[in-house]
Design a protein around this ligand. Sequence first.
Ligand code: NAP
Length: 515
Amino acid sequence: MRTVESWTQGRWWSSSDGARVVVDAVTGEPFASVSSAGLDAPGVVAFARGTGGPALRASGFRARGTLVKELALALKARRDELVELSARTGATAADAAVDVDGAIGTALVFAAKAKALPEGNVWAEGDVEPLGRGGSFAGRHLLTPLTGVAFQVNAFNFPVWGMVEKLAPALVAGVPTIVKPATPTAYVAEHAVRILVESGLLPDGALQLVCGSVSGVLDELGGQDLVSFTGSAQTAALLRAHPAVTHRSARFNAEADSLNASVLGPDVAPGSPELDLYADAVVAELTCKAGQRCTAIRRVLVPDALVGPVCDALVGRLERVVVGAPGADGVTMGALAGPDQRAAVLDGIERLRAAGPVLTGGGPPERAVGADPVRGAFVAPTLLRADDAQVVAPHEVEAFGPVATVVGYRDVPHAVDLLARGGGSLVASLVSADDAVVRAVVLGAAAHHGRVLVLDADCAAESTGHGTPMPQLVHGGPGRAGGGEEEGGLRAVAHHLQRTAVQGSPRVLALLADG
Ligand code: NAP
């Protein structure tokens, strides 16, 4: 069994005390042990603040953008190692590409965006605002790096992308990072960090990794630090209530769970190419990463009259999905990350059954190519149909796997109302070519979603898809989705900087804006 190590204070280490054993998602065999017992939390935070921060800020925004680019290329050179290892998490090569290539692409976007920043560590934002009639007194916002540490707690589903999308903007900003990966897939995150460390590019203390419990780290954090969390709403609530956030004002950002929906416009006719486009998108979202994407479509909102044709189109496609071991012949969908995740998904399906019948799937698959369907963490692609749009379960229960529910709507205002019943979501999508429908749905949904995608024949060929957050644009959502914002290009870098309103003479402001 491999021992997953942590990288702190310039060395790799592990502990055997209180280790958690992680199983191979496909075989169910023990694969890795994870423990951080004995972690010197104050020492880790002090090393980041005292060594990593000053080393990073010895250069400026643009040079650190170049560093992020070089780190992305280091990952790219060894991406096959990460893809191969990811098979242990149940990920097919296509799933792993979303994680690994997605991480590399995201880092490259942040590196490119950094070219628009100044050379130094002062980002003068907006115009100089005149504050006196005579023109001798003015003000301007200057953004400078926080002097603390970015503590990043990640979910199990994207061990590489989830880490890099937080790490890249922190590095560009000049703030050192402590990464805490989720235990079930920590061995993939550990390998990615090993690649970054072995590249020799990172200044000492710029990146540390703690695999296992991080108890004590939050106790060290305060007003110059950030906590960036991805995971369940429950853990988000726990961290948000810590005195580091409530009393000492560490910046807190949460990306939590989400009941994303996709709407089929009432203008789409049965048998039309748009209906095929819609069904293909729903199936792609349901099966990619075996449905373990925070942005996956959970609610399939279709006009009442089209519930039958859409269900038929989806069931036909889902029954052609080949479940099994990543890499085995013909397999198009892998396993969930482990037995705990499978148990949670099966429990979610049971709760969703209250809404209406299971049309396909509903439990472990009858067979898994190249694997034992019971020992591996497999769940068959599952589609349910809500008997009534008003039932609660589809709008409240997130089964974090290959599971979606078809819900019929009466008219466009009803569809908008159902979108909002997710309580705040990361993303909604719409397939429609009717301008009035597009306006009503997008503007009606906007307040409840961090991202809205409109799919039509004009953009279908180039669309990046419902489930893929783009680093140029905001990823996050209100309410249940955590209320946070990540990515969004330079906005994510600015999140790690203090905006200070500096007032003085225009000459002094110009002097300071030069860094
Ligand atoms: P989770 O159980 O909340 O765990 C998330 C992270 O928090 C893990 O690294 C976990 O570590 C850590 N953690 C748990 N308790 C902690 C504590 N007391 N102090 C510090 N860290 C703690 O969530 P998950 O099961 O990994 O992820 C699934 C959920 O994440 C789903 O609900 C999904 O919707 C959501 N998600 C959201 C997004 C998004 O961008 N919005 C993306 C991906 C996933 P351990 O693993 O060691 O317990």
